[in-house]
Design a protein around this ligand. Structure first.
Ligand code: CDP
Ligand code: MG
Length: 699
């Protein structure tokens, strides 16, 4: 058989020494007796619900929620926290008198998929009794919805309209261990609300959590009498099978390639069971899916009896395609799900027996020295590694292939740093100010962020005109900015667009910046795709290029066929259209005039600068760029239309991605004079501060 053979070599600690087993194939024996087919498959919904580990704790959980203001629930992923607890609460009457049981999720996909599942279990139509609300997509009914799943970011937004969250009787902060920015904001604010609303119940749920830390934080009892504690803890033991861990014998130079090889190796040598591979982002996932689909075709031509069904899973994937990973496959098919960190705790895919872990994750990072907020591919923590491995032991004994050595595993940090301590805090500060928290430095954070990051956030918001000289939210700019479901820089750009005379174009650009990978290309069609993509590209950069794409898409009646012919992401563009419409409505509400630049690009570029002046960089003689704020070295991302072209002298960018270097994404050429003219506060402040030397370079 000429099918491709994998060269990956693994070692299981505790077995023969790695040197000896070098030539050994992967163990192929999977005891047939260990295979337990999903025992729930044929049971009624009610019976299935009762089989879940959390069911045994139903009464105890309800009792604790009755007796304590806050309950911390720790339980293995898949034990039934997200789907069952809200239903127990509903059944126990917590949604009486029009109150809502709210469940927050750090990820959009978790909110929608869990809402779907719960609606299904209740035989309810999604959006009525059970609903969800995520940014740019609200599928809930203000009167009918009793259980509402929402992203933690949406909860933060709801607090602006309803500061005491009067609509809710219970709020469950799910996946709290992820410690996202918004979860942490919600934690701080809920504690504040609980002092005023003794009736509001908070449930903090997670698979891996330092329960004591949360209990200490939420306990409002200052009397020292434990009988008066306001926070209780439940621990739900899981029902999991052992997972054998394998490490590579030597470090893996390219984990994308290694993932493909390991999948093939599993497929060739292992018994039944689906595969889940973890990678860091959409692009890696798509690359691996493409490579594996190609291989799968070769394999089936060579008559391998089992087929591979390779499916991607990441946050930006359209809902219908995300749902495909949950579908059952016939016994002649092996399902391979290639996912981002989304599959670590947020979703449970049945049937997984093999896990491949690349050891990395893409996270936000903020360098308070340089004020750069970036996405970084960083090593995972030990807690994450064990959580990933655990995904293999859900239906029977499983195997986890770690694409790193055991030595490297030992070097991983124990747990991940909360996002609050590693991101740009401008949105947080703006939000807290909007909720009346004047002294953000004194806010009760579960894990306080570095003071310097807070100060930088205040400076930026002041420069954007969102705060006045006393640090208060300005009227109306700051108030409107806080209401926007986008970062302060985007909000400023949008709010200014009417004054520049280009709100029509700016709304489109802002919407297009919310979707990833507009240009698509299969590996074997790269040249043809590049030729098509060039038709939209302009020398000014990515923003105007994306404007061209969207306007052409509209001109061609939003046709999917047209997208296919031009190698454009049709679903992405449809989503952009929906986001665009919502942003347009917000601008209407804020009475931003509707106007168009009528083909004058400078007007649009100046408007972009008015929002993104803090993300400005100038060309350095070395050929790379340097930020104006702190002289940090940056490069143009290979996906930018400016990549490989004659580099403009001055650029602004939306985002930084950090891999081997710092890369700017969504980059546009600008004039240096605009920076000084449009950001006088920022660059005047620079005169006295650390930016002084940079200012002279602009002038
Ligand atoms: O939140 P937790 O990880 O504790 O579990 P859950 O999301 O409530 O899921 C409980 C069980 O429901 C899982 O073990 C799955 O078997 C099942 N489930 C499912 O089949 N389909 C879904 N979309 C969600 C859950
Ligand atoms: Mg869950």
């Amino acid at each position: 058989m000429a099918a491709p053979r994998s060269t990956m070599k693994f070692w299981k600690p505790g077995s023969e020494a790695p040197g000896v087993s070098e030539e050994r194939e992967l163990p192929t024996e999977t005891a047939a007796s260990a295979v337990v087919h999903n025992p729930h498959a044929a049971l009624s919904v009610e019976k299935q619900r009762q089989k879940l580990p959390v069911f045994k704790h139903r009464n105890n959980i309800l009792y604790l929620v009755e007796s304590y203001q806050t309950v911390v629930i720790v339980g293995e992923t898949g034990c039934g926290k997200s789907t069952q607890i809200p239903q127990y609460l509903l059944e126990a009457g917590w949604a009486a008198e029009g109150k809502v049981i709210g469940v927050t999720q750090p990820r959009r996909v978790a909110a929608t998929s869990v809402a779907n599942r719960v609606a299904e279990e209740r035989g309810a139509h999604l959006g009525h009794e059970v609903g969800y609300s995520i940014r740019f997509d609200d599928c809930s009914d203000p009167h009918a919805t009793r259980i509402k799943f929402l992203t933690d970011g949406m909860l933060a937004r709801e607090m602006m309209a309803d500061p005491l969250l009067q609509a809710y009787s219970v709020l469950m902060l799910d996946e709290a261990h992820e410690r996202t920015l918004h979860t942490d904001i919600a934690i701080g604010l809920l504690k504040k609300i609980q002092r005023k609303r003794r009736d509001l119940r908070v449930i903090v749920a997670s698979a891996t959590l330092d329960a004591k830390k949360f209990q200490n934080f939420f306990n409002l009892n200052e009397s020292g009498d434990p009988n008066k504690d306001t926070c209780g803890i439940v621990s739900v033991e899981g029902r999991t099978f052992p997972v054998d861990i394998f490490y590579t014998l030597s470090p893996v130079p390219d984990y994308v390639k290694a993932t493909v090889e390991t999948v093939l190796k599993i497929h060739e040598t292992e018994d039944d069971g689906d595969v889940l591979a973890f990678l860091t982002g959409q692009e890696e996932v798509e690359t691996v899916v493409c490579m594996l689909q190609e291989q799968a075709r070769t394999l089936s031509r060579h008559g391998l009896k089992k087929h591979l069904r390779v499916l991607p899973m990441y946050a930006g994937l359209p809902y219908s395609e995300q749902m495909r990973v949950f579908e059952r496959v016939p016994p002649t098919v092996r399902k391979v799900v290639v996912a981002t960190n989304i599959a670590e705790t947020s979703i449970t895919i049945n049937g997984i027996v093999f896990v491949i872990d690349c050891a990395f994750v893409k996270l936000r990072a903020y360098d308070s020295r340089t004020a750069i907020d970036s996405l970084v591919v960083t090593p995972i923590s030990k807690a994450s590694a064990s959580q990933r491995a655990g995904r293999a032991g859900r239906i029977r004994a499983g195997k986890c292939f770690r694409l790193y050595t055991e030595e490297d595993f030992e070097k991983l940090p124990e747990s991940t740093v909360p996002e609050m301590q590693r991101c740009d805090l401008a949105p947080v500060v703006l939000h807290l100010k909007a909720l009346g928290v004047d002294n953000v430095l004194r806010f009760n954070f579960l894990s306080p962020p570095p003071a310097q990051s807070l100060v930088q956030a205040l400076e930026l918001l002041y420069a954007l005109g969102g705060l006045d000289q006393y640090g208060r939210l300005s009227e109306p700019v700051g108030v409107h900015m806080a209401e926007f479901p986008l970062s302060p820089m985007f909000a400023k750009m949008l709010l200014e667009s009417g004054n520049f005379g280009c709100s029509k174009e700016i709304v489109t650009i802002a919407a297009m910046m919310q979707i990833q990978n507009v240009f698509v290309a299969l590996p074997n069609q790269k040249k043809a795709a590049a030729r098509e993509h060039r038709k939209f590209s302009v020398a000014e950069g990515d923003h105007l290029t994306m404007l061209n794409v969207y306007e052409a898409f509209e001109k061609h009646q939003k046709s999917s066929r047209w997208c296919q012919e031009h190698f454009l992401n049709y679903r992405g563009l449809v989503r952009a259209a929906s986001i665009r419409e919502q942003l347009r409505r917000m601008l209407n509400k804020f009475r931003v005039p509707r106007n168009s630049s009528e083909g004058d690009p400078d007007v649009i570029l100046r408007c972009i600068v008015s929002g993104f002046f803090a993300n400005a960089a100038r060309l350095h003689h070395s050929g790379s760029y340097r930020t104006l704020r702190d002289d940090r070295e940056l490069h143009i991302h290979p996906n930018s239309v400016l990549y490989g072209e004659k580099p403009p002298k001055w650029v602004v960018f939306n985002e930084v991605l950090q891999t081997s270097k710092y890369f700017m994404r969504d980059v546009t050429a600008v004039e240096s004079a605009w920076l000084v003219e449009l950001a006088p506060h920022f660059y005047k402040q620079a005169k006295h501060g650390s930016l002084a030397s940079k200012r002279s370079k602009i002038l």
